[in-house]
Design a protein around this ligand. Structure first.
Ligand code: HEM
Length: 130
């Protein structure tokens, strides 16, 4: 599917529901809860929503406010290993299911998030000793 058409299909409201579903799970999460700034969650929610809207064919608000996304670099302040990445995907996969978007959009976004979240890993997982 043409990724720029996603905004036309699900609109502002689709992205709003998806990202709200994700952030609603963050505060109680034992890995991500302490990573996201508690007093800035609403602003963080807006940044992810605006980014996705810009990335998938909607208004360019994210670029106007934040400039080029440089997503990997913007995540350097956070320690993101495989476990954090997998948890992020788990929350996002639940949000995707709950948002009940058209199936072709859901599948496209799932694949996009899988790839991006792996790209954002910036720490080795701790070595497990038995
Ligand atoms: C791999 C697991 C990930 C973790 C643990 C993580 C964590 C975080 C944290 C803690 C922030 C700071 C919250 C804020 O103040 O905005 C953030 C920001 C952000 N994240 Fe992630 N993230 C992950 C993956 C992703 C993915 C896959 C995307 C995009 C598809 C993404 C997009 C963003 C955006 C757009 C921002 C705001 C950047 C800015 O403009 O400052 N993140 N992330």
């Amino acid at each position: 599917m043409d990724e720029a058409s996603i905004y036309t299909i699900i609109g502002e409201d689709g992205f709003r529901r998806l990202v709200a579903g994700f952030y609603g799970q963050v505060p109680d999460d034992d890995i991500l809860g302490r990573m996201y700034p508690a007093n800035e969650l609403a602003a963080a929610e807006q940044r992810l929503r605006d980014f996705l809207i810009y990335r998938f064919g909607g208004p360019q608000r994210y670029i106007e406010e934040r400039g080029h996304p440089r997503l990997r670099a913007r995540h350097f302040p956070f320690q993101i290993d495989q476990a954090a990445r997998d948890r992020w995907m788990q929350l996002m996969n639940k949000a995707l299911t709950d948002a009940a978007l058209p199936i072709e959009v859901e599948q496209f976004l799932r694949a996009f998030f899988e790839q991006m979240s792996t790209f954002i890993i910036n720490q080795e997982s701790p070595v497990r000793r038995s």
